[in-house]
Design a protein around this ligand. Structure first.
Ligand code: PMT
Length: 402
């Protein structure tokens, strides 16, 4: 998974029932290629054993900071020195207080004090404890010091109470880690606008003209841009996907709304990537009341939607990328769109190929520009996004070499 592979991450687990979710987090990070070391507070080890973490990470997990046999006594210095990031998840109220006050009382707070790597803190506790003035003051201290506080989310907690205190979802935490690791990458200081999903053009109050786009391709592009340090804006049609961490999401419904949002955001952007399946036609007028099933047939009068990519026009310093969803004559049609919409690059997407196009997690595309064509094998949408962003980064470098 791009910027996670071979990174040295320390996961600090503290005493909260959410510790069980940390095992899933450890497993997902290891699968993504992270070299993961896990340290637990003694309280965390009462919820989940070190053996659980050892089994998923394939490396020893440590609790006792005075355990000379395992070398844990010098371990915190070694782990702290080589870590690319320290992730504290879950972070209990006590651990947050220790880190804020610089109290090195266990391996988690010790590592936090000894490292100079970025630290991500994911609070998890009862709402009363989270809202307490002491906890809020400690979190404020951590933020002021440049630590990243992710969550908590609102919801029902193990205590039976409802409110803020639930640890963020594993995918959100991984998104935060990728964001932190990519802050200084090759798109740092650049603004990238991505569109995703399909638009919905209302017919009446209960129906619309739409398409099968899930938004997965556009969301993967936004995540990949964020992971390379870009200030990323995602203009999204309705999609059942979680908002990516540190991406500004602008929800829209119709093509006209998408046009307004994309044009406004493009004014100061360095690149725009339109992965959205914008409806080409919309009903000439939306009927105010639900159309009844009385007539034998029904004709809808449709008019063309604005061509957003064409309307953006050419501007020096703005890299324009389109997608071409095709079911036939892939390259001929893609080239025509490249020229008509005056793009730097078009991603030709054969939506009838196996595992490709609408709704799938993978995609098979050909990158087409003025120079030629590069056919890519079937790969995950995130990997496709990385390949598209390689081209965007190269075009930006070419436009303004240091
Ligand atoms: O969302 P997923 O389920 O992951 O599916 C991904 C996808 C198949 C939607 C995506 O990979 C894709 O191919 N997106 C482009 C779909 C499309 O509308 O293609 P098009 O050939 O009709 O349009 C060409 C380009 O013009 C696109 O970049 C489109 O965003 C843009 N366009 C189209 C119409 C319009 N009115 N304004 C536009 O800007």
């Amino acid at each position: 998974m791009y910027n996670l592979t071979d990174r040295e991450i320390v996961l600090g687990v503290s005493g909260s029932i959410a510790a069980y979710k940390a095992a899933d987090l450890a497993s997902k990070l290891t699968q993504a290629g992270v070299r993961l070391d896990v340290v637990l507070t003694p309280a965390a080890a009462k919820f989940v054993t070190p053996l659980t973490f050892q089994s998923v990470s394939g490396r020893p997990a440590y609790v006792d900071m005075f355990d000379t046999a395992s070398g844990a006594s010098e371990l915190h210095i070694e782990l702290a020195r080589r870590a690319n990031a320290l992730l504290i998840a879950p972070a209990s109220a006590t651990t947050i207080a220790r880190v804020a006050l610089g109290l090195a009382e266990d391996l988690v707070s010790l590592t936090a004090l000894a490292t100079r790597a970025p630290i991500i803190v994911c609070p998890a506790m009862d709402p009363q404890m989270f809202e307490h003035e002491a906890t809020q003051a400690h979190l404020e201290t951590l933020r002021r010091r440049g630590l990243h506080v992710v969550g908590p989310e609102e919801g029902r907690l193990a205590s039976g109470h409802t409110g803020p205190g639930r640890m963020s979802e594993v995918q959100t935490i991984i998104g935060a880690l990728r964001y932190v690791l990519g802050k200084d990458a090759d798109l740092a200081g650049r603004k990238v606008v991505v569109s995703a999903g399909g638009t919905q053009e209302p017919v009446d109050p209960v129906r619309y003209v739409g398409n099968y786009s899930s938004g997965k391709m556009g969301y993967a592009l936004a995540e990949a841009a964020r992971d390379r340090g870009a200030d990323t804006v995602l203009v999204s049609g309705p999609a059942a996907l979680p908002e990516p961490y540190a991406v500004r999401v602008l929800p829209v419904r119709q093509a006209t709304e998408m046009r307004d949002a994309v044009l406004a955001e493009c004014a100061d952007a360095d690149a725009v990537i339109m992965a959205a399946a914008v409806a080409d036609y919309q009903p000439a007028e939306a009927v105010g009341q639900k159309i009844k099933r009385r007539q034998k047939g029904l004709s809808l009068s449709l008019v063309r939607t604005p061509d957003i990519l064409a309307e953006i026009g050419r501007r020096a310093g703005l890299v324009k990328v389109g997608f071409a969803a095709e079911s036939e004559n892939l390259l001929t049609n893609a080239r025509r769109k490249l020229d008509d919409k005056r793009l730097d690059l078009i991603v030709a997407n054969n939506v009838t190929a196996e595992g490709s196009g609408f709704g799938s997690d993978t995609n098979r595309v050909t990158l087409v520009d003025g120079e030629g064509e590069e056919e890519l094998p079937l790969m995950s949408k995130y990997e496709v996004a990385c390949r598209v962003l390689d081209r965007v980064a190269a075009a930006l470098r070419e436009a303004s070499p240091d």
